[in-house]
Ligand binder design. Structure first.
Ligand code: KG4
Ligand code: ZN
Length: 334
């Protein structure tokens, strides 16, 4: 079964054709980094306009890469949330038009669950359910228990900023460019991550939730005070360690109390090279296996949308065109 996946929830227009939920035949993307860079964050109206400009070009490019005609597509999966409404609408209406024109099913896909499905597209046989899943991206930070591909329970979330947002803000203030996660990752390489101790929020109550605003404010304060001028590498390495400690402390706690044996990472921040190494030493319990998506599929892409759409289609659920756009939450079960 061939599924076209369409992703436009933020600032990447991304289309992909995937066979049977796992085999990526074509993957095309258009980035908007230069458009948003001067503002240090995504400008929603510019994002939506750019999606509208690029989406049909990308559709043609994706078909060419997969070497198939449009009528060979069996279904269209599209991100219906969460994300920027203007951006989502461009992808959604394009998908709906295709669905009507080609008389193929339209499948709404939750962006967060699509990120978390991605590692299973690659490690199809190795990743088992239930497992714990961690979504770390520019807009979201969630710790989830995944009982099956379509059944999830949120165990913890950020109470303020997303982790990627903290990376992007700090990089912007340091003049490292936008989006900043990758820039910080590069500049922190081989830095001494134990050099500076950053504050890591702890809640009074017993919770697995995260908070990044305290770390962000403390880091911005240190930048303003110029205390670590000339020591950028160690400063950024220490910041990264503090940010990932916030996430991994909760993961460790959960994994120690109720181990499930596997922990799956997803989202743009999962591309971080320090994290991909550090997580293995920080999560100490023997036998636990960690899975990360391949680097190029950590950030937003159409393949994860097409992949999850395949399972939704097979689940036999019916999606009515008039109400799918509002079905973007995933509190308990898809
Ligand atoms: O998943 P994604 O493409 O979009 C959302 O769903 O939010 O994630 C984008 C986020 C940005 O905050 C970006 O700075 C961050 O992922 N990111 C990284 C790295 N590559 C991208 N953060 C840390 N290290 C990286 N190597
Ligand atoms: Zn994303």
């Amino acid at each position: 079964m061939l599924i076209l996946g369409i992703e436009s929830s933020c600032d990447e227009t991304a289309l992909s054709i995937v066979r049977d939920g796992v085999e990526i035949l074509a993957d095309s993307r258009e980035f908007q980094d230069e458009i948003h860079a001067p503002f240090g964050g995504v400008v929603p109206e510019f994002a939506a306009r750019h999606h509208a400009e690029k989406i049909s070009i990308l559709f043609k490019r994706t078909l060419e890469k997969a070497n198939i005609e449009a009528d060979k597509i069996d279904a269209i999966g599209v991100t219906n949330g969460p994300g920027l409404v203007g951006s989502l609408l461009v992808g959604f209406m394009f998908a709906r038009g295709l669905s009507i024109g080609l008389s193929k099913p339209l499948i709404p896909v939750n962006h967060i669950l699509a990120h978390l499905y991605m590692p299973s597209m690659i490690f199809t046989k190795e990743i088992l359910y239930p497992h714990y899943a961690i979504l770390i991206s520019g807009g979201h930070t969630f710790l989830i228990r995944a009982d099956s591909i379509l059944n999830y329970e949120i165990l913890a979330k950020t109470r303020d900023d997303a982790i990627g947002e903290a990376f992007d803000k700090i990089a912007f203030f340091m003049g490292l460019g936008y989006p900043g996660g990758k820039a910080i990752d590069k500049r922190a390489l081989n830095g001494n991550c134990d050099r500076i101790v950053f504050p890591v929020t702890r809640f009074k109550e017993d919770t697995l939730d995260f908070s990044f605003s305290g770390l962000k404010t403390a880091t911005l304060e240190m930048i303003r005070s110029k205390k670590y001028d000339g020591q950028e590498k160690d400063f950024l390495a220490s910041f990264q360690k503090a940010a990932f400690d916030i996430v991994l402390n909760s993961v460790n706690k959960l994994n120690r109390e109720k181990p499930l044996g596997q922990i799956v990472f997803g989202g743009g921040v999962a591309a971080n090279s320090f994290l991909r190494d550090y997580a293995h030493s920080k999560i100490k319990d023997k036998g636990v296996k960690l899975f990360f998506p391949p680097l190029e599929y950590c950030t937003d892409n159409g393949a994860m949308v097409a992949g999850l759409a395949y399972h939704l289609l097979r689940s036999g659920k019916e999606f009515k065109a008039q109400d799918v756009f509002s079905r973007s939450d995933f509190r308990k079960t898809y």
